[in-house]
Design a protein around this ligand. Structure first.
Ligand SMILES: C[S@@+](CC[C@H](N)C(=O)[O-])C[C@H]1O[C@@H](n2cnc3c(N)ncnc32)[C@H](O)[C@@H]1O
Length: 264
């Protein structure tokens, strides 16, 4: 998402509120995070690792199982961390932290993993600068993020209704690639996966976004309640996208691996 428009406190509060409902609706999140895990080099063995924007801790646990090591779970939302901690014993610790200002020593981690969290950072370059700092030479960060085209149907439908920004902004792929190229890593890879979910009704999508804590937090969103007339207009506009499987919601997911050089 783009720099000037994200309010971190609002992001933290929204995800904290969603902690108890997130796992029930996070099917896509599971799927793309698992794809990211599968992209890690098969031979990779690490002892010091962290999960940035760990949310309810699903992938923190998966990393713990994969590497047999304690995993540090970091998230900006205290509510998410409380929920993750309450899930029961796992040899992990949970710390409230902002991915753009990590409370970790330089050269202290061999692997950073982050699934669908860094698109919430106002400044992705700063988050990658922090990743580069805390990674040991030869370490890597595997993360995924959403790029332009994500929730395009919802954006277009709102555009037809009132022209306001009701959907989070996601950066164009070319901009992301430029940021990756400029981030100071020795090697990088970025592949985009397209996922299209289908819903019988628009309310299925909007309720899901709310339960995930991922509804619109960009500046420019109109305040106040959504009036019935506007909702009817939105529903009608979204109906124009209907497919045999239902109302589509497209996600463009960039899967990225960055390697820190031995000399860095
Ligand atoms: C969509 S959830 C993903 C959670 C988990 N990684 C998963 O795949 O289930 C995004 C998470 O990123 C966290 N987050 C957002 N901005 C952050 C930031 N600047 N620093 C750390 N975490 C952040 C949110 O609080 C939320 O828990």
């Amino acid at each position: 998402m783009t720099a000037e428009v994200i309010d971190k406190q609002a992001v933290a509060a929204s995800f904290s509120r969603a902690a108890a409902t997130y796992d029930q609706v996070a099917e896509l999140q599971r799927s793309v995070g698992s794809n990211l895990l599968a992209r890690l080099p098969e031979s990779l063995e690490v002892e010091r690792l962290a999960d940035l924007g760990c949310g309810t801790g699903y992938f923190t646990r998966a990393l713990n199982a994969r590497f047999g090591q304690p995993v540090l779970g970091l998230d900006i939302a205290e509510g998410m961390l409380r929920y993750a901690r309450a899930q029961g014993p796992v040899s992990s610790s949970w710390i409230a932290a902002d991915a753009e200002a990590l409370p970790l020593r330089a050269d202290s981690r061999q692997l950073l993993f982050s699934s669908l969290a860094l698109q919430w950072c106002p400044d992705l370059s700063q988050a990658l600068k922090e990743a580069l700092r805390v990674l040991e030479p030869g370490g890597l960060i595997a993360f995924n993020t959403l790029v332009e085209g994500t929730l395009q149907e919802l954006r277009d439908a709102w555009q037809a209704v009132d022209g306001y920004v009701h959907v989070n902004r996601f950066m164009p792929l070319a901009q992301l690639q430029q940021i990756l190229a400029d981030a100071g890593f020795a090697r990088w890879r970025c592949e985009v996966e397209t996922h299209v979910l289908h819903y019988p009704q628009l309310s299925g999508l909007t309720h899901e976004l709310k339960a995930l804590g991922a509804h619109n937090l960009n500046a420019g969103r109109p305040g106040g309640l959504t009036g019935r007339a506007r909702l009817r207009a939105l529903t009608a506009a979204y109906e124009t996208f209907r497919q045999p499987a239902g109302l589509p919601a497209t996600y463009q997911v960039a899967q990225i691996i960055l390697h820190k050089g031995q000399q860095a």
